[in-house]
Design a protein around this ligand. Structure first.
Ligand SMILES: O=C(O)CCC(=O)C(=O)O
Length: 372
């Protein structure tokens, strides 16, 4: 791990000017191998899960594999890397959380379906506290041929209108006038803001292209307009200190970490009311490992504590909680295929109502569904 990784003032200026910056390679080969293996495993599991032809096609070609910190200690450890703490500290501030992590794999593709059309991540989810950013890490070398990211410098100053691209199954905006194709070596990171437009061409290379995207924000970030808590809210920095240090001091009963540690556990209990016992048990196991001075077990148990979350349902290849636009949910609901169960339909509408409790179309669709 590159302990000395730091953001320079020049990189900060580039980020402010262009809305993105590409860092030098930031990780040891073993870290990258471990996380790429975790993604390959998750991809294999996904391909075994869904056999319906339309979903299976996307799972094979361009799977999006979210929330890997819940299934892989290697991914969870990677998400808490000091590299991301340095990035979040420079661009967000002394307190920051991991909101979301998702692998983007592109299989070798003749048809052009592994294209990501132009979009801004902020068009999917508008946040109450706007200083969110994404770190996209190249887990294979990326260039124009195998689907490297293309960025639009300066596009981060406003949110562009988006529409649904039904062929690529993605929200998209018009291509900005000034765009730059990136070339990234293994372990380089492109750090970009929620409004920075980006895209990527299909993978015309010889082997799959692996990228891993991590989003960070201020703690307790919420969606607009509902103000529903968003994302996994895995702590990364508190008071400018890396979370592993804060939690270790908290587990050892050191006064300076008491307030931060209490607040983190309280926030988890509030957000995950059905998981209180699991949170207490996972923290007790973590404290035991810290007190025993077992660093390896402490790291794994901290990952396990922060992996606790409510279960989620996936429909049409995406988790219910990843959906953030009630109008889009209602449109999607109107076109669900026969394989989607009654309970999945109900959960989809409940998600729309969680986001916007008075959403008239979602309310009436739910009333009709419940009469069936
Ligand atoms: O992996 C890619 O090529 C695109 C990923 C992307 O659009 C994102 O991380 O927001």
């Amino acid at each position: 791990m590159t302990e000395e990784f730091a953001i320079t003032s020049e990189q900060r200026r580039a980020f402010e000017r262009d809305g993105y910056v590409v860092t030098p390679a930031a990780f040891a080969a073993a870290e990258l191998d471990a996380v790429r293996d975790a993604i390959a495993d998750a991809w294999a599991v996904r391909q075994g899960e869904r056999t319906r032809s339309e979903e299976a096609r996307w799972d094979r070609l361009r799977p999006e594999l979210p929330r890997l910190h819940r299934v892989s200690d290697a991914a969870a450890t990677f998400c808490r890397s000091p590299v991301f703490a340095a990035i979040a500290g420079a661009f967000i501030g002394p307190d920051a959380d991991l909101m979301w992590n998702q692998a983007h794999v592109k299989a070798v593709d003749e048809e052009g379906l592994t294209t990501f059309p132009w979009h801004q991540d902020g068009a999917y989810a508008e946040m109450e506290k706007p200083n969110t950013l994404s770190c996209w890490i190249a887990l294979t070398r990326c260039d124009a041929r195998n689907g490297a990211m293309i960025m639009a410098p300066g596009s981060h100053r406003s949110l562009l209108p988006h529409r649904w691209d039904d062929q690529l199954k993605y929200m998209t905006c018009d291509e900005p006038a000034d765009v730059r194709q990136l070339e990234m070596d293994l372990g380089q990171i492109v750090v970009f803001g929620a409004r920075t437009a980006h895209a990527s061409p299909p993978n015309r290379g010889e082997r799959p292209r692996f990228g891993y995207s991590l989003s960070f924000s201020l703690p307790e970030n919420r969606l607009l307009p509902s103000r529903a808590p968003f994302g996994d809210q895995v702590p990364l920095l508190r008071g400018g200190r890396h979370i592993d240090d804060v939690m270790r001091d908290y587990a050892l009963g050191i006064d300076a970490a008491q307030a931060s540690g209490d607040a983190i556990l309280e926030s988890m209990r509030r957000r995950l009311p059905r998981q209180s016992e699991a949170i207490d048990a996972a923290f007790a196991a973590y404290r035991e490992a810290v007190q025993a001075g077992d660093d390896a077990a402490s790291g794994r148990r901290l990952s396990a504590l922060f992996a606790i979350s409510e279960d989620d349902i996936s429909i049409n290849g995406d988790l219910i909680r990843a959906r953030t636009d009630p109008d889009a949910i209602v449109r999607e609901y109107a076109h669900l295929g026969a394989e989607v169960t009654h309970e999945q339909r109900r959960q989809l509408l409940l998600r729309a109502l969680e986001l916007e409790p008075d959403h008239a179309a979602a309310r009436s669709a739910l009333a009709r569904l419940e009469q069936r």
